[in-house]
Design a binder for this molecule. Structure first.
Ligand code: BES
Ligand code: ZN
Length: 862
């Protein structure tokens, strides 16, 4: 079943209309006049009241950075840092000012030296610094014009507090086994936060080399992108680490950490030293990551036939981290649960996640770090490729994980969101930091990856591989855009083919069998831009008329029905099959031997159950429960409460037992209660099989005693994997006062860290007893949430959609709409608002249309 779907949906050549080409101008070709001189009257006003000489969000290209010397001294007691930098710049065109990004930094001094000044050791000339916070820019005004083709050195002294959030140079804390709280300092820059740590040309196109020095106390270590060359003693017993100069790279990939972490290390086949760092008490959870990263690094170096260019690669588990992980070159940072694996409490799904994230971030060392998109509109070139490479690398390095199933699932998932009108094209213009951050979504990651996988099948794996290697080699240490990828894929002769005198033909007309059906001269670009420049995916309808087959293509849209006013603009859509027919298919599920297919089917049935349960439609809820337990009883009863079997046997066990206990299936509750009591009696020492841990905790959390005990254990556990399971269990309580307590703890950010607030609110909103609570909380505490997370950050978007998109009544829709409108009047707008509103409307329509059929079908089926 799964394979047929895959062929149908992913192997179709889309001949849909190509939208007019969007003009994306290169950074380095913008106007050559100084804006200042043209019309000084219309310039923005700097903080000191003087005109600020630059009005664009993007930086001018007259001055470009070549090299940064960066010195940083964080103080982990006073929680601030002092720093200085020297940026060597090349002036491409005469100018009177240098514009840099800088956000929240106090600039103490800025000076300029020409090459001549440097040669004669002449001290720098002091520069006037203007600041324009709305664009996160500063202007350095030079007394005399900077001359074209000359190099200058700009020196800046600056300082700031270590940030409170998760961006820039921020503080993170952890608790030791002995109960002591320790602080570390860590960076996270992508996409636009390097400017919070040092004034810089913070756009991906401005690649430069970085020489970093970090001053620290002797109880700490410092890590950065490159290995340390030396350590120098400074006054006051301080030490200063000097790191090797980096390769040419974008600012968003710079990273440094001051911490007291422990590490394990190994050496890849190529000699690269790989280390995993974690807080000292978590050292025992680092070994799987070391094994996986060594295997994956070997894989990528071989596959791309391009060496990982740095001498070392560190992977660090950061106690407070906003996203899942970040691919800083040579110093990849992870949320603890994305890197650490605790054999006692990490489940098979946790292992899949850790492997996926490592595979993803290591793929970025090539796709993203070595070759970077020119601008954020093409972030899918980074994220889509890293996601695609997960599939290629994990299939080879960990075949037992059967990663295809995960990947395929992602493709189905993104088809669902792409079938909404509020979806967007893969490539889309993005200018403001908010718009840029919004580009990190399922369309860039999942649709991007699924399109690449489709293209691979279309061109043949060999040719595709050759093409992407060509792309990586050609654009190494440079930037690329969509068209560069397409032309590399059309013309995948490698330079080495020529230099070795080998034979290579330029086959832009491609050679796969499929192409014999197409016109001549079909270029990869012509095919692929139909997928990347317009939203949605095509649905091909095949109709038989006698011996003729008629093929028709239209946009695949979800939930637009025949009696809908939208029907005429949008034509047909999902929903062509009546619900009864789809439900009839679920009878077959009990015989399904493919676990991923079975899981998918169960997922649909479960989602019906959740919808009915949340809406309190008790007759359908009860009947669905009976249907599920009746049909799946044999396979539920077969499950053991252990960690035995293959990865997918284990995932099936977790899902089935979770469902059974959720539906109050007596044998499930009995077993889980028994295990939970034993665990409590052993003071948490008993090892419960990791795949059923979450289920046992969730059943245990239903009594006040169990809930309180779990909360206590949450505070003590050193395993992020276990803490996630406990937090989920706590969030399933039926008692509102307990759910409120969790939210309070999440807002306080001590026992429950702020980094886990989004998934907590998401989980509470999934609980029928918590959905209203979570939503009210979001509405009433919006400004408090914005003090913790940036508006368009991952957590904020999870909170917004997680607490609203399951709503399915007109009143709820109206309420959400009003709330979003009130935010818009305050100047906050996000794409996700439109997606949520459309999703709720679809839910309402779905219920209107299908509730009676679901009710009747259940009556017949049970
Ligand atoms: N480059 C991203 C991290 C990131 C996300 C930066 C959003 C800026 C905005 C990183 O490579 C990434 O994609 N992380 C994922 C994990 C991945 C396995 C899907 C994440 O954080 O969820
Ligand atoms: Zn990524």
């Amino acid at each position: 079943m799964v394979n047929t779907h895959r062929k149908l949906i992913l192997n179709i050549y889309c001949s849909a209309i190509i939208l007019p080409q969007i003009c994306i101008c290169s950074q380095f070709t913008s106007s050559s006049n100084d804006q200042y001189n043209e019309n000084p009257g219309v310039f923005p006003v700097a903080t000191n009241g003087e005109p600020f000489p630059w009005r664009e969000l993007r930086l001018p290209t007259k001055v470009i950075p070549l090299h940064y010397d960066l010195f940083v001294h964080p103080n982990l007691t006073s929680l601030d840092f002092v720093a200085s930098e020297k940026i060597e710049v090349l002036v491409r065109d005469t100018t009177q000012f240098i514009i840099l990004h800088s956000h929240g930094l106090e600039i103490m001094n800025a000076t300029l030296q020409s090459e001549e000044d440097l040669r004669y050791k002449k001290s720098g000339e002091k520069l006037t610094v203007l600041s324009y916070p709305a664009h996160q820019q500063i202007a350095l005004l030079v007394p005399e014009k900077l001359m074209a083709d000359l190099r200058y050195s700009v020196a800046i002294d600056f300082q700031a507090k270590l940030a409170d959030g998760f961006e820039g140079f921020y503080k993170s804390t952890y608790r030791t086994l002995g109960g002591e709280t320790r602080t570390i300092a860590v960076t996270d820059f992508e996409p636009t936060h390097a400017r919070m740590a040092f004034p810089c040309f913070d756009e991906p196109l401005f690649k430069a080399n970085f020489s970093i020095k970090i001053r620290r106390e002797s109880r700490h270590i410092a890590l950065s992108n490159m290995p340390k060359v030396k350590t120098i003693e400074r006054e006051g017993g301080l030490l200063e680490d000097h790191f090797e100069t980096t390769v040419k790279m974008s600012t968003y990939l710079v990273a440094y950490i001051v911490c007291d972490f422990a590490s394990v290390s190994g050496t890849a086949s190529s000699g690269v030293k790989v280390s995993i760092y974690a807080s000292p008490d978590k050292w025992s959870q680092t070994h799987y990551a070391l094994e996986a990263s060594l295997k994956l690094l070997d894989f990528y170096e071989n596959y791309f036939n391009i060496h990982y260019p740095l001498p070392k690669l560190d992977l660090v588990a950061i106690p407070d981290f906003e996203s899942g992980a970040m691919e800083n070159w040579g110093l990849v940072t992870y949320r603890e649960t994305s890197l650490l694996f605790d054999p006692k409490t990490s489940s098979t799904s946790d292992k899949l996640w850790v492997t996926k994230v490592i595979a993803h971030e290591l793929a970025h060392q090539w796709f993203g770090n070595l070759v970077t998109m020119e601008w954020w509109n093409d972030i899918w070139l980074n994220e889509g490729f890293a996601t695609y490479m997960e599939l290629i690398s994990v299939n080879v390095t960990y075949p037992e994980l059967q990663f295809d199933n995960i990947f395929l699932n992602d493709c189905f998932e993104v088809i669902k969101s792409d079938s909404l009108n509020s979806s967007r094209p893969v490539s889309k213009q993005a200018e403001t930091p908010t718009q840029i951050q919004e580009m990190f979504d399922d369309i860039s990651y999942k649709k991007g990856a699924c399109l690449l996988n489709m293209l691979k099948d279309f061109l043949s794996e060999e040719k595709f591989k050759k093409g992407i290697i060509h792309y990586l080699k050609k654009f190494s240490y440079r930037n690329a855009k969509n068209d560069d990828l397409w032309s590399s894929l059309s013309n995948s002769c490698l330079e080495s083919d020529f230099t070795s005198g080998g034979f290579c033909y330029s086959d832009s007309k491609t050679t796969s069998n499929t192409l014999t059906f197409l016109e001549e001269n079909v270029e990869v670009k012509d095919i692929m831009t139909t997928w990347t420049r317009q939203k949605g995916i095509p649905l091909v309808v095949v109709e038989q008329e006698g011996r003729l087959l008629k093929l028709r293509q239209e946009r695949f849209l979800n939930g637009v029905f025949r009696d809908d006013p939208e029907w005429g603009a949008l034509q047909e859509s999902a929903g062509r099959l009546t619900l009864d027919k789809a439900l009839d298919l679920t009878h077959y599920l009990q015989h399904e031997t493919s676990i991923p297919a079975l899981l998918q089917g169960l997922d649909y049935l479960e989602s019906f159950y959740h919808t009915m349960d949340r809406r309190n439609i008790s007759d359908i809820t009860e009947n669905l429960k009976r249907y599920l337990l009746q049909y799946f009883k044999p396979v539920i009863d077969m499950q053991s409460w252990s960690d035995e079997g293959s990865v997918w046997d284990r995932r099936l066990r977790s899902s089935l037992l979770k469902l059974a206990c959720y539906l109050n299936y007596a044998p499930c509750i009995r077993k889980a209660t028994e295990l939970f009591s034993q665990w409590m009696e052993s003071s948490g020492k008993l090892n419960i099989p990791s795949d059923v841990l979450k289920i046992v905790y969730s059943v245990g959390a239903q009594t006040t005693e169990g809930w309180n005990y779990l909360l206590e254990q949450y505070g003590l556990s050193l395993s992020g994997a276990e803490k996630n399971k406990i937090l989920y269990a706590l969030s399933t309580s039926k008692h509102q006062e307990k759910l409120i307590k969790l939210i309070d703890l999440g807002m306080e950010g001590k026992v429950i860290k702020t980094q886990d607030l989004a998934s907590l609110l998401y989980a509470i909103a999934r609980n029928p007893k918590g959905q209203q609570l979570a939503w009210n909380f979001v509405k009433e505490n919006w400004t408090h949430l914005l003090e913790r997370f940036e508006l368009s950050s991952f957590p904020m978007r999870i909170i917004i959609s997680g607490t609203t998109s399951h709503f399915s009544s007109k009143d709820e829709l109206q309420e959400v709409k009003l709330f979003f409108e009130s935010l818009q009047t305050q100047g906050s707008y996000l794409e996700i608002f439109q997606i949520v509103l459309e999703t709720i409307s679809k839910n309402i329509k779905w219920l209107e249309k299908n509730l009676p059929s679901l009710r009747n079908w259940l009556l017949i089926s049970i």
